[in-house]
Write a protein that binds this ligand. Structure first.
Ligand SMILES: NC(=O)c1ccc[n+]([C@@H]2O[C@H](COP(=O)([O-])OP(=O)(O)OC[C@H]3O[C@@H](n4cnc5c(N)ncnc54)[C@H](OP(=O)(O)O)[C@@H]3O)[C@@H](O)[C@H]2O)c1
Length: 392
């Protein structure tokens, strides 16, 4: 009989986390939750803990722990980065679903990878910031990194059984986000609500804004570099607003192999948890005879400069991607707080380029964490000097 796999869900109260719990709840004979980790949402974490009864729950800060309700007997409450590490590395855990926002889970995820846990990776920022270290840890531990991002899951499926030498390039598809058809002038005055209105996916706030600037796609290029071991020059992006073709791989002989599916995160999450098997997910299916009107077009680098910024950081290497990621996170936070305009996000991030010059070729994880902290401080200073946008 198959052993039930223990899953630690980092970011359980978020969009990916909730979808993952939905998948896990459908297959109690295959999976059980060993840990639920969130930032501050103690109320939802309490509800989830009552339903899934994991041995561990974890919140990011001590002050929020007092807001937890009554937990099932025997539940251990952990706190912060150390707590997350303990939960992710626990003997009961086989798979760590990395879906906590930001980069605070970097050390716990690296520690779990080194211990041989399978990393089901949603949190692309971890690879952008410290891809080298996460990939090395997963190689040493042997548990592997399974992509949860739908594009990378598609590529992962399209390269299975093929030789890496035969790959000509990877084509990541992008919906184009809510502002695909807007002019730069119209984007300047975009509201937070508009930026959060993704046309095909329901996601957390930060990734929704990243999708609107196309920084998300830039991060995905860097993510693909680390996952599939290809240089940025062999990773292209195509806008495909229908979000049905999740990505493609072109081979030397001109063949294109793509993966298609309805835009539902439970499919790539389920695959990352159950690989190499596929779960009988009872979700709406694609109907090939209804598939028409698909569009594929190159991204407009003028209106969406974030993409080339990410390519440049990828080529620079060293600490440059970590600096880019940190500056972007601060800028997106400022936009969500009404502190800067939508088009200011990339303008502000562009300023972090100055720090790339310091990007060394050979870096340690410490260098990366230092670059992350410096970029956050510098970007906050830049924003504090900017004039607040007037309310429309
Ligand atoms: N949403 C998608 O469809 C999708 C697709 C592909 C990749 N991703 C990636 O997956 C990650 C999560 O995205 P999301 O859309 O699920 O985000 P989200 O809805 O904003 O959820 C973020 C989760 O992280 C938790 N969190 C925040 N700060 C934390 C901390 N310091 N320690 C531990 N947990 C913390 C949040 O807890 P609280 O609720 O307590 O704040 C929440 O559970 C991102 O890296 C994103 O790029 C998402």
């Amino acid at each position: 009989m198959k052993r039930v796999k223990g899953v630690a869900v980092l970011g359980s109260t978020g969009s990916v986390g909730r979808n993952a719990l939905d998948v896990i709840a459908r297959f109690p004979k295959r999976f059980r939750v060993t840990a639920l980790c969130a930032g501050k949402n103690a109320a939802e974490l309490t509800e989830q803990a009552r339903r899934f009864r994991p041995p561990f729950v974890c919140l990011s800060e001590e002050v929020t722990v007092s807001r937890l309700g009554r937990l099932p007997p025997g539940t251990r409450v952990l706190i912060g980065e150390e707590g997350m590490s303990e939960a992710a590395c626990a003997g009961e855990t086989d798979i760590v679903l990395a879906a906590a926002a930001g980069v605070t889970s970097i050390r716990p995820v690296i520690a779990a990878a080194r211990k041989g846990k399978r990393i089901a990776l949603a949190n692309k920022e971890l690879l952008v910031m410290a891809g080298k270290f996460l990939v090395e840890a997963a190689r040493a531990g042997g548990g592997g990194i399974l992509p949860v991002d739908s594009e990378h899951s598609a590529v992962f499926q399209a390269i299975e059984g093929h030789r890496k030498e035969d790959i000509a390039r990877i084509i990541l598809t992008a919906s184009g986000g809510p502002f695909r058809a807007r002019t730069s002038r119209q984007m300047r005055d975009a509201t937070v609500e508009e930026a959060l209105g993704h046309p095909t996916w329901r996601m957390g706030a930060k990734i929704s804004v990243d999708s609107a600037t196309l920084m998300n796609k830039g991060f995905e290029v860097i993510e693909a570099m680390w996952l599939f071991g290809l240089p940025p020059s062999r990773i292209d992006v195509l806008i495909h607003p229908q979000s049905i073709v999740h990505s493609m791989v072109e081979y030397q002989d001109g063949s294109l192999i793509a993966q298609l599916g309805v835009p539902d995160m439970r499919i790539p999450i389920g695959y990352a948890l159950s690989y190499p098997e596929r779960l009988p997910l009872e979700l709406p299916r694609l109907l090939p005879h209804r598939m028409d009107g698909w569009v594929f077009e190159p991204p407009d680098g003028k209106r969406f400069p974030a993409l080339s910024l990410a390519y440049d950081a990828a080529k620079t290497g060293g600490t440059a991607p970590a600096t880019l990621n940190a500056a972007n996170e601060v800028a997106v936070g400022a936009f969500l707080a009404g502190r800067i305009r939508f088009t200011d996000i990339v303008r502000v991030v562009e300023k972090s380029r100055a720090a790339w010059r310091k990007a060394k070729r050979s870096v340690t994880l410490k260098d990366v964490l230092r670059a992350d902290a410096e970029a956050r401080a510098e970007t906050s200073r830049t924003i504090s000097r900017m004039r607040r946008p007037r309310k429309p």
